[in-house]
Design a protein around this ligand. Structure first.
Ligand SMILES: Cc1cc2nc3c(=O)[nH]c(=O)nc-3n(C[C@H](O)[C@H](O)[C@H](O)COP(=O)(O)OP(=O)(O)OC[C@H]3O[C@@H](n4cnc5c(N)ncnc54)[C@H](O)[C@@H]3O)c2cc1C
Length: 581
């Protein structure tokens, strides 16, 4: 079946829906999502969305820009960061006017809380300038993503956006550098649908599901990233995967950084607030990469609780009332998944794969790049976690990614409207969808012997153990070898359930193929990057190396395997300095 739309948006998280709101009054827009829109991972975001509103104490755009640049370990492009941070207050007020129920101050303004790496400048008693945590994250209790996602969904329904829910896209139609649409499977009956479009926006979210311990939803299998890569589009900075310090032990379900923003402590087996040894000024509110490494070091050196692989997040001193008002969701999670009441007991936590800094490269306006020199693909756009602009560089600050998704969803929407004013439908290639059909028929009729579930489990363990918080050459080489072997085994994968209605095994097989596709890129990027920067920490190098590595990785899929090239970082006002907190 062929559908025709001016714009096809793949992904119904904050980035996709914000773009849909921007465009749907002016163009025929479809949104495709493999899960029901309000089940997109954006809805799980807890802690907040950053903007220097200064509602609770003085704050300014400049400080937010500097914090983001420093947080990125100087790998973020400063032109992109500046644009995003300057737009932040405007997009927050827009969300408020659309109906987002933000938590409030006593005066009725949007309330703000502290988050790691977000600081203000103060002068201490000796007259020295220093930076201390600032109230910058706008929030709605610990359900911030949920309320924004639902509000944007309501706006889309109001604007008559056409939703294709539980449609799973498998490939991009791209010919002669012009994007012409996407191919999708309708999960209800496994039929193949061709979406012919003047413009396609990928807002397919992150790739945290490549890891065994992760805070990410099942849907975050990086499909968009893998599909773009297979279509010949490079991937940028894939080696930068953020590990959140506080995943609930043992699964890694997220306990928001807002818990530390509200005053939570991290304690080791000696009941010591060990962050004083790693980041004495900001303690638990250091950026994520640092807190994660500190926790992992405590665990590795035997100071985990009772020698196990976790430490404690202690919220007991906050009191039951504050937990109920500010952190109701995570209080519930701790009870449901760990049988713990955070008002009386500390929560067992460990680092968990959380956010994908890398992804599909775009320019500042959402156009997807065909190479490291800035050539763009006609009619193809990306925004949100699947895109790399790069505003987060080597390490994202908490609450900057909901901001990224909303700002860049909106901006891509504006770019697309300009593009549509001039664009027409480019003809579909005659064989559109044929290879997708063939592959599915092959799976249904085939007699493969490999089990995708087994392959996926090996991959996830390998990524967590050998390409995780701490990395080294020996481990990375071994992981690369494993992934390459798994890719070979995957060619012989077996579909055991042959039903056509909601065949989730089929979907999981395709997702596994996607995980394998980009995991190789993550490992290769990590192996080649011989330095420590942000979330990429090599125990065999131990230092950032600006002379050789102040550059973005671009990975290309070629007939001879993956080729890496590099692109300079855009530096404006802030020259790289040593990163201390
Ligand atoms: C537990 C958790 C808490 C977080 N808390 C915060 C926070 O407090 N503050 C903050 O700033 N950030 C937070 N983040 C990060 C932030 O939520 C995400 O980066 C952001 O929401 C991503 O939005 P997105 O629109 O790019 O993608 P998502 O919301 O992940 O949406 C992806 C969409 O793509 C669709 N899709 C994917 N593949 C396919 C396919 N093959 N076919 C069809 N559709 C497809 C999915 O169905 C989904 O609709 C958190 C993340 C997690 C995991």
């Amino acid at each position: 079946m062929i559908h025709q739309y001016d714009l096809v948006i793949v992904g119904a998280g904050l980035a996709g829906l914000r773009a849909a709101v921007e465009t749907s009054n002016h163009a025929k827009v479809a949104v495709i999502s493999k899960v029901f829109p309000t089940r997109s991972h954006s809805g799980a975001a807890q802690g907040g969305i950053a903007a220097a509103l200064g509602n609770e104490e003085p704050d300014c755009i400049e400080w937010h820009i500097f914090d983001t640049v420093k947080g990125s370990d100087y790998l973020g492009d400063q032109d992109a960061i500046e644009m995003m941070i300057k737009e932040a207050p405007e997009v927050i007020y827009e969300l408020e006017h659309m109906g987002v129920p933000f938590s409030r101050t006593k005066e009725g303004k949007i309330a703000q809380r502290q988050f790691g790496g977000h600081t203000k400048e103060v002068v201490d008693e000796k007259g020295n300038k220093k930076r201390v945590p600032v109230l910058r994250a706008c929030y709605s209790a610990d359900r911030t993503g949920h309320v924004i996602l639902h509000t944007l969904y309501e706006q889309c329904v109001k604007n008559n956006v056409k939703f294709f829910s539980e449609f799973f896209i498998t490939s991009l139609i791209l010919e002669n550098n012009i994007c012409r649409g996407v191919i999708a499977i309708n999960l209800k009956d496994t039929s193949i649908h061709i979406f012919h479009a003047k413009a396609v926006l990928f807002a397919t979210g992150g790739y945290g599901r490549a890891y065994r311990v992760t805070s990410n939803a099942y849907a975050n299998s990086g499909d968009g990233v893998a599909i773009a890569f297979r279509a010949g589009i490079p991937l940028e900075d894939m080696e930068f995967v953020q590990f959140h310090p506080t995943g609930l032990y043992p699964l890694g379900i997220l306990v928001t950084e807002g818990a530390r923003g509200e005053g939570g402590y991290l304690l080791n087996n000696n009941r010591e607030r060990f962050m004083k040894n790693y980041a004495p000024t900001v303690m638990e509110l250091a950026p994520r990469d640092m807190v994660t490494r500190s926790i992992q070091t405590e665990i590795n050196e035997g100071r985990g609780i009772n020698g196990k692989d976790y430490v404690h997040l202690d919220l007991t001193h906050l009191g039951r009332e504050k937990l109920k008002e500010r952190l109701p969701e995570i209080t519930g999670f701790a009870k449901t998944y760990a049988g713990i009441d955070p008002a009386v007991e500390p929560i067992p936590i460990l680092p968990t794969a959380h956010y994908s800094m890398g992804g599909i490269p775009t320019d500042l306006y959402g156009n997807v790049l065909a190479n490291e020199k800035g050539k763009i693909i006609q009619g193809f756009f990306a925004a949100g976690e699947c895109a790399c602009i790069s505003v987060h560089g080597a390490n994202r600050l908490g609450t900057n990614s909901l901001l990224d998704a909303v700002v860049h969803g909106r901006r891509a929407g504006k770019t697309i409207l300009k593009f549509l004013a001039e664009a027409d439908f480019s003809p579909l290639p005659t064989d559109s969808g044929e290879s997708d059909k063939e592959y599915i028929n092959h799976l249904f009729s085939g007699t493969g012997t490999e089990n995708a579930d087994v392959i996926r489990k090996i991959l996830k363990s390998e990524m967590t153990n050998k390409c995780g918080v701490f990395r080294n050459e020996t481990d990375l080489k071994a992981a690369l070898e494993t992934v390459r072997t798994l890719k070979e085994r995957f060619k012989n994968v077996n579909l055991s359930f042959k039903g056509k209605v909601f065949n989730t095994e089929l979907m999981e097989i395709i997702e596994t193929g996607n995980l394998l596709e980009f995991s190789e890129v993550i490992i290769l990027g990590a192996l080649e990057r011989k330095e420590c920067r942000g979330a990429h920490w090599r125990t065999d190098y131990e230092k950032r190396d600006d002379v050789n590595w102040l550059k973005h990785t671009f990975a290309f899929k070629t007939d001879k395997g993956i080729k890496l090239k590099y692109k300079p970082v855009t530096i404006l006002n802030y020259q790289p300095q040593e990163r201390k907190y």
